[in-house]
Write a protein that binds this ligand. Structure first.
Ligand code: SF4
Length: 324
């Protein structure tokens, strides 16, 4: 590092855990493995994970990203479903067309799909806590017949919700929500509908919870917080909000070092850094290097949890790997 006496000092508190989660690693490896087995092109429905750098890297290797199956030709090449999950209509349509499909839906999203199915089978009306339009929410709602699931985004939605039978309700949640906001929504649901059933707390995944916990420790004691991540990444957006609510006066989402508006950081002495679950560590390093070019940095890691979660690849990719 180039240490110049003219550079101001900056203490950097690096959140741990940060960046890639087990579901994202599995999804990216699924595309890479499919390219190795089947050759290019491999079609991917929706961005495999919400990160432009990752998507561009896979595109260069031969992945073609599409939003819907009608953009996939019948050329025998596989189509991969992204980590966010898909509505049932998508594999059904792929089956009708005899497309070779590989499902990179995160197992923790699939778990929510199964919970919703079980509630539905038991005749319960389902409330999904989540953000309208997010692909995971579209996928979860699409597991069940239309009208089976009602989306609530905030406490006001809970207050306006009119169930068909208030004694026969269940709730599930998106995996990448704010832990604090969701707890408040769940509390209101339980207050209005004491008989509602659901998971012990919510379905927010370990990676979202741990990354938010680390931000909660760092955000109150820094002058600014950088969240490395994409604007369409739900868990990255939540990290920025968690930092702001924890009292950090300046929090910003940054995709690449080149995007940084340096005036935003004028006068800071202490900086917190984290990364959303779809942001690769190489981008954290790139951004730290950009700060190191302007400040004399002292970096300390603040750890909120140890993570050792691993998800095996989708079965067809695993079996081919084992056979080699
Ligand atoms: S953020 Fe959570 S639910 Fe989403 S891919 Fe990662 S582990 Fe799975």
């Amino acid at each position: 590092m180039d240490i110049s006496p003219d550079k101001p000092a900056l203490q950097v508190l690096l959140c741990s855990p940060r960046g890639f989660c087990a579901g994202v690693v599995r999804a990216i490896e699924s595309v890479e493995r499919a390219l190795a087995i089947y050759g290019a092109p491999v079609y991917v429905r929706h961005e495999i994970v919400h990160n432009r750098y990752v998507v561009d890297g896979l595109r260069k290797k031969g992945a073609i990203f599409v939003e819907e199956l009608d953009e996939v030709p019948d050329d025998g090449q596989p189509v991969i479903f992204s980590a966010h999950g898909v509505p049932r209509a998508v594999p059904a349509e792929a089956g009708r067309r005899n497309l070779l499909t590989l499902d990179a839906t995160c197992p923790l999203v699939t778990k929510v799909h199964r919970e919703a199915e079980i509630h539905h089978r038991k005749g319960r009306e389902i409330v999904l806590i989540g953000h309208a339009g997010h692909p995971e929410v579209v996928g979860t709602i699409g597991q069940l017949p239309p009208g089976s699931v009602t989306l609530v985004q905030d406490i006001e939605d809970v207050d306006n919700f009119v169930p068909k039978d208030r004694t026969n309700l269940a709730f599930v949640t998106q995996t990448t929500l704010s832990v604090q906001d969701t707890a408040a929504i769940v509390e209101r649901l339980k207050a209005r509908f004491p008989e509602i059933v659901g998971p012990h707390k919510e379905d927010i995944c370990y990676a979202t919870t741990n990354r938010q916990e680390a931000v909660l420790r760092v955000a109150p004691i820094v002058d600014a917080m950088v969240v490395v991540g994409a604007p369409n990444s739900s868990n990255s957006q939540r990290l920025k909000e968690v930092a702001e609510r924890a009292g950090c006066p300046r929090a910003v989402l940054v995709q690449r070092a080149a995007d940084i508006d340096w005036s935003f950081f004028d006068g800071i002495k202490k900086l917190g850094v984290t990364a959303g679950a779809s942001a690769p560590e190489v981008l954290v390093e790139e951004i730290l290097d950009a700060f190191a070019a302007r400040y004399v940095m002292n970096v300390e890691t603040i750890s909120a949890a140890e993570e050792g979660v691993f998800f095996p690849l989708p079965r067809p990719l695993r079996e081919t790997q084992a056979a080699e």
